[in-house]
Design a protein around this ligand. Structure first.
Ligand code: ARG
Ligand code: ZN
Length: 415
């Protein structure tokens, strides 16, 4: 009896206590001038500020909305400082812990797999096996690498087998806390297989194109958001000479690497890593795309939040030679997306639309020769931010599906 009791006791003590967010607030400020920009920057140097938008303090500029999270014991100070300064602010989330509880329908995490719920990594991994087993003519699973902590990076190939097919590559889950992103990759595969042979457009797409879908790139980070810290962004690799963990995978590619909008400090959320492709996950992705780069005609990478459709460049202000075409394709895709629920997206080159940020996979893929390279920033615009309620999974995925379908048709006809 005692032995069992002691064992249980020590197992419980060893279990990680997830980070809680009681009383933490998310603020929105739109600095009106350089002085107000400086004020927000000084806040960030004096207290722990988690930038939700833009991703880092360096990207703050006048007239750009800034969403940031502060801890409970500093939230009231921040609020009074903003008031003192006479700066207009909004409290987007008053108590993050409460918002997190409401993120799940019925306040509960799902028991089994469900497309309209957030699924943890074990669920997603099992799903990759079953969706392939259930649709042998359309879906096959392979492994493109292993994460830092040793998890298999599964890739799904979706399409009817044929010769000389071009392909579209899409990944989800670069940034761990952007949970709507992996939900979309799963939704996309479901929608494709369920409508094959029923919907002529989807049938045509799957007959003539292969879709490579990577449901979660940053698996270790995703797991960590489920077990320890819901607001984690980076990978989980150890850094030399620092106790801080992780690299921003979307600052880790060889595209103006670490020149702008990225940090060279391992403790920062936009840390570019010690070298391009230093992370096992980004290396595996880049190796796969390089190995198939003559057939891959489009690269789509799914993030959240902001409701934007972005294309290169983000590491420099100059436009690409395909700017006009990419811009009109983005415009049409966004209008498709909008047609369902009137969700408003902005679009344009990354540098002109959000901020300069080097080392992103979209710019890297474009410079490799994949012309149709897009970053989606899914719902919402900040009401819930990363804590998008499960009730929005279905509408978000449905509208996004329309945009991806539009781009796919375009790529099929203009390879
Ligand atoms: N929010 C995304 C990020 O910061 C935007 C990516 C846009 N593309 C880029 N290459 N920066 O990673
Ligand atoms: Zn992201």
């Amino acid at each position: 009896m005692w032995v069992i009791f002691l064992l249980l006791g020590s197992a419980a003590a060893a279990a990680v206590q997830p980070h809680t967010f009681h009383g933490e607030k998310v603020f929105r400020v739109i600095p009106q001038n350089e002085e107000e920009v400086e004020f927000i920057k000084s806040l960030a140097t004096n207290i722990q500020v988690d930038f939700w938008f833009p991703d880092s303090v360096t990207q703050i500029r006048p007239a750009l909305q800034v969403d940031f999270r502060v801890e409970f014991h500093q939230a009231l100070d921040v609020q009074s400082l903003l008031a003192q300064k006479g700066m207009k602010y909004e409290v987007l989330i008053d108590n993050l812990e409460v918002a997190l509880e409401r993120e799940f329908d019925n306040n509960a995490r799902a028991i089994g797999y469900n497309y309209e719920k957030y699924n943890n990594w074990d669920m997603i991994a099992a799903w990759t096996a079953s969706i392939a087993a259930e649709n042998p003519e359309l879906v096959s699973r392979s492994q493109i690498g292993t994460s830092y902590e040793g998890r298999p990076m599964y890739l799904l190939k979706v399409g009817k087998s044929g010769s000389n097919k071009n392909a579209i590559f899409m990944d989800c889950g670069f940034h761990a806390r952007e949970w709507i992103s992996p939900a979309f990759c799963q939704w996309f595969v479901k929608e494709a297989v369920n409508n094959y042979g029923i919907d002529s457009e989807i049938t045509n797409l799957l007959n003539n194109l292969d879709f490579y879908i990577l449901p979660v790139l940053n698996i270790d980070g995703y797991v960590y958001t489920w077990t320890n810290n819901r607001m984690w962004r980076k990978t989980r690799s150890k850094n030399a000479n620092s106790s801080c963990i992780g690299t921003d995978p979307n600052r880790n590619f060889n595209a103006g690497w670490c020149t702008v909008g990225a940090s060279n400090r391992p403790c920062d959320d936009t840390y570019c890593g010690p070298a391009p492709e230093s992370e096992k996950e980004t290396k595996a992705l880049a190796d796969f795309i390089r190995s198939k780069h003559s057939v891959i005609k489009a690269y789509l990478t799914i993030h959240s939040y902001s409701q934007m459709l972005l294309f290169p460049y983000s590491y420099k202000n100059s436009v690409t030679k395909d700017h006009t075409e990419l811009n009109s394709l983005a415009k049409a895709a966004v209008s498709q997306l909008n047609s369902l629920y009137n969700t408003r997206y902005t679009y344009g080159s990354g540098a002109a639309t959000i901020y300069l940020a080097a080392g992103g996979s979209d710019d890297w893929a474009y410079d490799l020769g994949i012309k149709y390279s897009f970053t989606f920033e899914l719902r919402d615009t900040g009401r819930y931010g990363f804590v998008l309620p499960e009730s929005q999974i279905q509408p978000t995925c449905q509208e996004t599906f329309l945009a991806v379908k539009y781009i796919s048709n375009y790529v099929l006809n203009n390879p």
